[in-house]
Design a protein around this ligand. Sequence first.
Ligand code: GRF
Length: 209
Amino acid sequence: MNKKRIVILASGSGSNMQAIIDYAKTNIVNYKIIGLIVNNPDAFAIERAKIENIQYFIINHRDFENRQDFENKIHSQLIDLNCEIIVCAGFMRILQAEFVEKWEGRILNIHPSLLPKYKGLHTHQRAIDANDEFAGCTVHFVNSGVDEGAIIGQASVKIDNGETVDSLASKILIKEHILFPKCIDAVANNEIILKNGKAIFKNGSIISV
Ligand code: GRF
């Protein structure tokens, strides 16, 4: 079977992208990374792509009049690359319905909370402030809502006494790096598909690590 062609969308450090690359080096997977698109020209993800010989494209949202033009440019780049699955790995721009609908069932995101709790920003602070016992991360299909698409996988960590935003974020990031590649591979293998807005799991239930 031909490996699924994935394109990473990122804005920052790209540690999740690195985890997805590294997982594919040490496991038999059904995906290959064929490109990186960043909206931020200073994203460290670019340096990682250079080292890994992955072609990268800087599509800076500031260079466009409006969101639609920006997203049209991303879309045409994805088409040029023959992208099959989009992986948002720390991509800090909200994608509008028109874009997302074109890629329905073929676009994934990772979010640093146990969704449906704490959609949006400042997830770690909100979990600490709420005195939650656990926090974590979620991989989901992207739909037109923010952090609302069908859940593919989750991982949780305990919130310890004296936990800070930084310590919690580091603990969760370790889990993100384990969870995300497994979820991508499951989607690449058609083990998890999106149907009528719901995730269908051919081999059981949501992925947890
Ligand atoms: C991760 O915590 C991700 O969940 C969030 O942004 C962070 C990105 O990290 N959306 P990286 O760029 O993959 O290192």
